[in-house]
Design a protein around this ligand. Structure first.
Ligand code: A2R
Ligand code: GDD
Length: 312
């Protein structure tokens, strides 16, 4: 049985990934920050802060995983504007600690580094859907840290002959996501309005942006396929292949509300820069693994809304 380690498993994607690993017959190990809670019905949970390089080394020697999924990050574009140094520390220095710890091992585990569709940034006309070979022109601090992780990952893979693969994940959504992110945020507001916990007014940010949304359960299937089949030093887009305007997402969510809702732009939700469109070309991943998304957006939105209706 292959051993898989998920670093940063207490966040949104972690528990879905652990479930998928279990389904595919992998032995699961998971790390969380000491102050986080993570109860999983299978596998072992260990504490780890990736800023502590020696702790990463010891943990890898203890677990000796065949596969490593590196999810740990400061994952919010909005938070990165407010706390750039934390974002740089965790997303760049933390990732280098993971890569260095892997490099020092006496064997070569296969490692998946999770980056972002945001790395492409200011996409030019004619560049969508965007392929992995496109220039990176990051438009925010979070995106710059993930582009840096990607570049260092590809350098390490070549320089040290490591089994490192990079993912550029586009927007992933589903039940349990923090309301920092747009779909979860809008669904939570609808549930609060339905329960009479707030006025029937949705506070929103930039509705003109176009983003490419995929259900988190589809995303983790791609991660498990890539950690096994991905080619070392290569980067793979993981997305739906189709961008939608946030306005359209809002319309879909509001249409499901049992209450009449007004929409109001909240200036605090408008970012200093928000790139107009991010849309994935997923040909490379599909050709390698046959992966394609299966869960329709409408179902993900319904389940996210129902999650908030029963978890306020
Ligand atoms: O920031 P927290 O307290 O939510 O903890 C996050 C954790 N994390 C760390 N783990 C170890 N050492 C650190 N120094 C450190 N700093 C933060 O990583 C959280 O539990 C986890 C990341 O989970 P989420 O923020 O929920 O991200 P999600 O949606 O699971 O995305 C997974 C990956 C990330 O690399 C994103 O940047 C990418 O996919 O989109
Ligand atoms: N969060 C939020 N809240 N975003 C809003 C809102 C709102 O009320 N109104 C409009 N938006 C717009 C944002 O300006 C952005 O254009 C888009 O909705 C998506 O925002 P988020 O859901 O916060 O996600 P993100 O695109 O910034 O980042 C997510 O996707 C990346 C991959 O593309 C995160 O999951 C990242 O970790 C991930 O790398």
């Amino acid at each position: 049985m292959k051993k898989g380690l998920v670093i940063g498993a207490a966040g949104f994607v972690g528990s879905y990934l652990l479930e998928e690993m279990y389904r595919q017959g992998m032995e699961a190990y998971a790390t969380k920050l000491p102050n986080e809670k993570l109860d999983i019905p299978y596998g072992k949970v260990l504490d780890l802060n990736i800023l502590d390089k020696e702790a990463v080394v010891s943990l890898l020697y203890e677990v000796r995983p065949d596969y490593i999924f590196h999810l740990a990050a400061q994952s919010s574009v909005g938070v990165a504007w407010k706390n750039p140094t934390l974002t740089v520390d965790v997303n760049i220095k933390g990732s280098i600690n993971v890569m260095d710890a892997v490099r020092e091992l006496f064997y070569k585990p296969r490692v998946l580094l999770i980056g972002s569709g945001e790395e492409y940034g200011h996409i030019r006309p004619g560049e969508t859907p965007i392929s992995e070979e496109n220039n990176l022109r990051p438009g925010n601090i979070y995106a710059a840290t993930k582009a840096c992780q990607n570049m260092i990952g590809s350098i390490y893979a070549k320089a040290y002959d490591m089994e490192l693969m990079m993912v550029r994940a586009f927007n992933h959504i589903g039940p349990g996501q923090a309301p920092l992110f747009v779909v979860s945020d809008f669904c939570k507001q609808v549930a609060e309005i339905e329960k009479g916990l707030r006025e029937p007014v949705m506070k929103v940010g930039n509705l003109a942006a176009k983003r490419d949304f995929t259900d988190v359960r589809d995303v983790v299937r791609a991660y498990v396929a890539l950690v096994q089949q991905g080619k070392s030093g290569e980067t793979y887009n993981v997305g739906s292949g189709k961008a939608l305007e946030i306005q359209e997402i809002l319309n879909l969510i509001i249409a499901k509300s049992t209450k009449k809702i007004q929409v109001e732009i909240d200036p605090n939700k408008i970012r200093p820069v928000d790139v107009p469109i991010i849309e994935a070309d997923i040909t490379k991943l599909n050709s390698l693994t046959g992966w394609k998304p299966e869960i329709p957006l409408e179902q993900t939105i319904q389940e996210t809304l129902d999650y908030w209706r029963s978890n306020l």
